[in-house]
Structure formats: C-alpha cells, structure tokens
Unconditional design. Structure first.
Length: 249
C-alpha cells in the first residue's frame, strides 16, 4: 500500500489545523501510511537557478521523493493558497523537479459555507506547471471548524469524518493505481498488428463501388427565387436578386 505525503496549508486557527491533520492520519485506509511533510529550515527566498541547492533544499526534495504520492490540502488565503504552502511547492519543484510525474491529489479545507474554489484553481495550476500527475475531478472540500472536534481531539462531526475517509480512500487508490501503471512499463503506441498490411497480404481485390445508389456530387445548386414568383400582392411589384438582395434590373 502507498505512502502518502501530506502537505497541509495552515487554516486560520492553529488548533483546527492540527486537529484536521490528526483526522486525516486516522482516516487513511488500512495498510496506507500518511506522513505529514513539514520543513521549517528552507531559505525564505525561492530556489536560485544559478546556484546549487542548499542542504535544506536537497533534504526537502529527498523527502518528497521518498513518498509514493502527495495529498495537498489548502484553505483559501487572499483568493489563493497560503504563501507557506506555495513556498514548499517551489522548493520541491526546483530543478530537477521532485514533483514531475508524482501522483498528487488536492482538496480544499475551509469553514462551512466558505469557498475554496479559487485556491484549488490556483493550486492545480501551480502543481501542473511543476509536472505533477494530478488527479482529476472530483475535487473535494472539507468543511471544518474547531467545533467539529471534542476536547479530546476526536472528530464528532459525522459528515466531516466521512469526507476525510473518502478523501484518503480516493488518494490511496489513485496513488496505488499510478504505481501499478508505472510498474507495467510504457503503454505501447502502436497496435500489435497492422490491419492494412494484413489485407494487402491476402492479395484480395478491392471491393467494387456500387453501380447505382450513390448520387453524383453536384457542386452547383439551382433554386427558385422566392420573390420572383409569389402570389403575395406586397411583392407583386418588387423583384430582387436572390443572392445580393438588391432590386433586380
């Protein structure tokens, strides 16, 4: 079963972020391992293109390489994703990108009735540019707030719990599916037999065209001018060219 790396963008409340992380770990299917990926020692700037990666950047990319796929969960921050999450993705995609071909599932997380559409659109664009193998529709959103959890940390909202299990189940299935595809080797680009060559090898005559029943192609069509002959008295004194609409001479 796959090892899923969890990238969780921070929600407005730190406690809710941590409780959601615990719920996602607990919701993983049997045999699936969820590893939350956190890096606090990356340089504050984006990776340089003309300088070697620092040790922290190399270690971060190794952690991304070590998992079979990623689950990226984001809230909406200023009509986009949190800057800290974007920073992690930037370092993971430093050349050569550790996200190239990596199976990735995305989801939104927000308080009930708060949207995540813009964040998911932005996140899909960023990960697509990094070369990630993104799971398509449906995109899921977890409606979550602190009141959904008991003081012990257990989730007491049945809908949230079910949504978390569905999300982890979909992520595990998608990542395992791509792993099987990759293990089976590249998909052949050509069919194993050439049907045209097989027909030619039979040396059979080509079928004859039918002698009748297929009308000849006509490249001109003649139609009557509806205004040239009409019983309507309104057009009795008016004759126009049917092509241009101009009065006929």
């Amino acid at each position: 079963m796959p090892v899923i790396g969890l990238l969780l963008g921070h929600l407005p409340q730190a406690r809710t972020t941590r409780l959601l992380s615990s719920l996602l770990h607990a919701a993983a299917p049997a045999g699936t391992t969820v590893v939350e990926l956190v890096a606090t020692d990356l340089p504050l700037h984006a990776p340089y293109t003309d300088a070697p990666l620092p040790t922290a950047g190399i270690e971060w990319k190794r952690r991304i390489d070590a998992v079979d796929g990623l689950l990226v969960v984001t809230p909406t921050h200023e009509r986009s994703i949190p800057g800290s999450l974007k920073h992690l993705i930037d370092w993971a995609s430093a050349s050569p990108s550790s996200l190239a071909g990596k199976p990735v599932v995305i989801a939104g997380a927000a308080a009930p009735r708060a949207g995540t559409f813009l964040a998911l659109v932005r996140l899909r664009s960023i990960l697509g540019e990094a070369g990630a193998a993104l799971m398509g529709q449906p995109e899921r959103t977890l409606a979550v707030e602190a009141a959904d959890f008991a003081p012990s940390g257990a989730c007491r909202d049945a809908e949230l719990d079910a949504a978390a299990h569905a999300l982890l189940g979909a992520a595990a299935g998608y990542i395992a599916h791509l792993a099987r595809v990759n293990e089976s080797g590249p998909i052949p680009l050509a069919v194993p037999t050439d049907p045209i060559a097989a027909v030619r090898a039979e040396h059979a005559a080509a079928p004859l065209s039918p002698a009748a029943g297929v009308p000849a192609f006509v490249d001109t069509v003649t139609t009557a001018d509806p205004l040239a002959a009409t019983g309507d008295p309104a057009f009795a004194l008016v004759r126009t060219d049917s092509t241009t609409g101009a009065p006929a001479a």
